[in-house]
Ligand binder design. Sequence first.
Ligand code: UFG
Length: 331
Amino acid sequence: MAAVDAILVTGGAGYVGSHAVEALCRAGYAVTVVDDLSQGHRAAVPPAADLVVGDAGDRPLLDRLMATRPYHAVMHFAARSLVGESMRDPAPYLAGNVRVAQAVIDAAVAHKVGKLVLSSTANIFASSDGRPITEESPIDPGSPYGEGKYMVERLLHWADRCHGLRSAALRYFNAAGAHPDGHLGEDHRPETHLIPIVLEVALGKRPHLDIFGDDYETPDGTCIRDYVHVCDIAEAHIKVLDVLDERSARYNVGTGSGYSVRQVVEAAERVIGRRITVRMAPRRPGDPPVLVANGSRLRRETGWAPKLPDLDSMIATAWEWRRRHPDGYVG
Ligand code: UFG
C-alpha cells in the first residue's frame, strides 16, 4: 500500500464502521467518512479521519467527494441494520438500504474506484443445520434486513461483471466488544443488541434482560450466535483489499464458536462479577435459531485470524467501554 492511499467509508461513524476507520487510520490510509449521523456518532470518528456529514445515498455528494481525489477503495457500511425492526418495517431495508448501495456502487463505477468492501450479514443465511455456515451454504435471508443485504451483494456481482468493480462482501456474524483502548464502542439508540443490553442491566440502567424465546431446538432452548470481536471484523476489511487486486470475493466473518443467549448471560456474570436478572419473553420475529460461521475461507485466503476470539474478551472490552461511557458517546 502507498502511504497516501485514500479510502471512502460510508457509515464510518457507526459501531463497526468506526472501528474499521480507526484500523484504517492506524494502518496509514487517508480516510474520508460519509455519515449522516442518524445512527452514528461524531465522536466515534477518529480525529485522523475527515468526516463529511451527509447521506451516503446522495449521488451528487459522492460525485463531489470522488472528484476531489482518487480513492483506492470504498467501504460501505451505511445501512439500517436491525433484524427485528426490519420485520416490522421492511421498506427502509429492502428499498432504502438497496437505494443507498446502488448510489455508492454507481459513483464508484463512474469515478473508477476499483474496489468496494460491503458490510454484509450472516442474516442472508437460513439457520445453521448443525454445521457451521460456509460461503456455499444456501442463501435464505431470515428477514428483510438480510434480504436487502443479499440484494446489494447481487448488485455488486453485476457491477463486477458489467463494469469490473471488484468487491468483497463480508458477512459478519454477531459483532461484539469494543476497542480495547476503551475509546470506541457500541452505542445504538435505541439499543436492541444482546450484549449491550446485558451490560445496561449490570449497570442498573435496565431492570432485566428479556430472553426472546427459550423453546428453540438448541441445547438450552435459546438462540445461538457466533460472536466476533468488532476489531477483528475491522481488520478483515483491510485484509480483503489485497484479494481485490485479483478478483471479487465473499467471506463469512465469524470465529466458528456458537454461544446461546443464556451462555452470554453467564459469561457476562463471570466477567463483570454481577448478577444479570433475566425474564422470559416470546420469540423475536426474524431470529434464526442458530447462526455459526465456518470462517476458514477468510483465514485461508487472507491470513485473517481473530485476535480476540473468546467471548469473555468481547464482553470485557464492551464492559470497559460501557463503564467509561455509561451514557455512550453523548456522555
Ligand atoms: N436477544 C435477546 N434479548 C434481547 C436482545 C437480543 O434474547 O434483548 C437475543 C436475540 O433474540 C438473538 C440474540 O440475542 O437470538 C442476538 O441478538 P442481537 O439483537 O444482539 O443480534 P442479532 O443476531 O439479531 O443481529 C446481529 C446484527 C445483525 C446481523 C446478525 C447476524 O445486529 O446486523 O447479528 O447474526 F445480521
